[in-house]
Structures are given as structure tokens and as C-alpha cells.
Write a protein that binds this ligand. Structure first.
Ligand code: DLZ
Length: 213
């Protein structure tokens, strides 16, 4: 996982149980080779933490500039799904009550997800992945700055943890290294998957007034 033998990095790997979590990933399609390796690394670490494939939703956007908007909309979409599920349960419960043969103790059970079924909970975290490579104009500076700020804003505005998977690269070579391609460097996607699981677990704790370390 994280690079060892250096001062830089998140330190000793920590283990959190990702099995209850629902994680969103949105990635840009620009700089495909780099993105595809980063996505592989991200998925590897999510699965290693126990996140189930059916609870990982992947969306793509053309370029990094589109990432913040997509994160915001994905989170709202997951809230819509959750509300629809809760509404569906309530509607069927109400119908049952009118039919007067309902076991009230069973109502709570109906609200629970079937184990093994796809979660419709709001996302616990969303990972935004992109690779911006500096060219000969000011384009890179503007997009890097705008996207970084907007990703921070969207997580503060929505309350959903957003993982910053945006590489701002001076050269293609730096991208290959940070995506762990050709045995060079370390795949940063692995760190992003771990960060999403840690934040997702801690966020659930904070929502319940608990501090998980
Ligand atoms: C236009 C553009 C350029 C020049 N470079 C990149 C890049 O290196 N990485 C990336 O993710 N996207 C790039 N884009 C596309 C923009 O992010 C965006 O998709 C378009 O400007 C359309 O809004």
C-alpha cells in the first residue's frame, strides 16, 4: 500500500471494515492509461477492506473539470435512491396496515436491506479521480485550482466525504509514476481507496456521536 521507508505518506496502514459501506467513484476519461491504473489501485484497496462490488458505483466524465459537479450530483442521486427506498417501505407498510393483517414487529425488518443485496444508502464517501497534465498554456493552472477548491466545497456543502484523487502533473512521467505503471512509483489509487473506507467508517461514527480511531 503506502510507500515505505520514507518520511512522506500516511504512515502505517490502518485497517477498517468497509463491508457496510457504499462508495462512489467518478473518474475523468482524459489520460486513459494513467486513470485506468489509478482506478485499478482504488478498487483493489476498497475490495481489500471488504467493500462489496455491488456497493461501489462508478461513473465517468469527460475531463477533470467535470469532477466536482459529478460528485455533487452523484451524492444527491444516492440520497434520492435512499428516499425512494424508505418511501417504498413506508407505502407498503401503510398498505399492509390498511389490510389489517400486518405484524408490527415485522415493519422494522422490512426497512433493512436484504443481506447480499445492493445498498441504496447515501454514499459514505465519493472518490474523484483525474489526471491533469500541464501544457503550454494557463489551462492547467485554472483547472487545477478550480477543481481542487470545488471538490473541497462539495464535501463541506454536502457532508459526504470526498477523496481527492486529482493528480496535478508537470509531466506525463510523473503520472506514470504516481499510477504505479511499469513498476515505477506507487499507485496512489490504493491510498484513495483506503482513505474512502477510513472516512466512511469515521463518518458513520460521527453521525452516531462516536469517535472511531
Ligand atoms: C481540455 C483538457 C486538457 C487540455 N487537458 C486535460 C487534462 O490533462 N486532464 C483532464 O482531466 N482534462 C483535460 N481537459 C478536459 C477538461 O477537464 C474538460 O473536460 C473540458 O474543458 C470540458 O469542460
Amino acid at each position: 500500500m503506502a510507500a515505505t521507508g520514507t518520511i512522506k505518506g500516511p504512515g502505517e496502514a490502518r485497517t477498517y471494515d468497509g463491508s457496510p459501506l457504499r462508495i462512489g467513484i467518478v473518474h475523468a476519461r482524459w489520460n486513459k492509461q494513467i486513470i485506468s491504473s489509478l482506478l485499478d489501485g482504488t478498487l483493489r484497496s476498497l475490495r481489500a477492506a471488504g467493500v462489496r462490488d455491488e456497493n461501489i458505483v462508478i461513473q465517468t466524465v469527460p475531463g477533470s473539470y467535470e469532477l466536482p459537479y459529478a460528485v455533487q450530483r452523484m451524492y444527491l442521486a444516492s440520497q434520492t435512491q435512499h428516499a425512494a427506498t424508505a418511501g417504498g417501505t413506508l407505502t407498503s407498510a401503510a398498505t399492509d396496515l390498511l389490510g389489517s393483517s400486518t405484524d408490527l414487529a415485522g415493519l422494522g425488518g422490512q426497512k433493512k436491506e436484504e443481506s447480499g443485496s445492493e445498498s441504496k444508502e447515501p454514499f459514505d464517501a465519493i472518490i474523484a479521480i483525474g489526471a491533469l497534465i500541464k501544457g503550454s498554456t494557463m489551462h492547467f493552472e485554472y483547472i487545477s485550482d478550480a477543481v481542487s477548491h470545488a471538490l473541497m466545497k462539495v464535501q463541506m456543502d454536502t457532508g459526504c466525504a470526498v477523496v481527492f484523487g486529482l493528480l496535478t502533473l508537470l509531466t506525463e512521467e510523473q503520472g506514470l509514476e504516481r499510477a504505479g505503471i511499469d513498476g515505477k512509483g506507487h499507485n496512489h489509487g490504493e491510498d484513495w481507496g483506503s482513505a474512502a473506507v477510513e472516512l466512511g467508517v469515521k463518518r458513520r461514527g460521527w453521525n452516531d456521536g462516536k469517535f472511531i480511531e
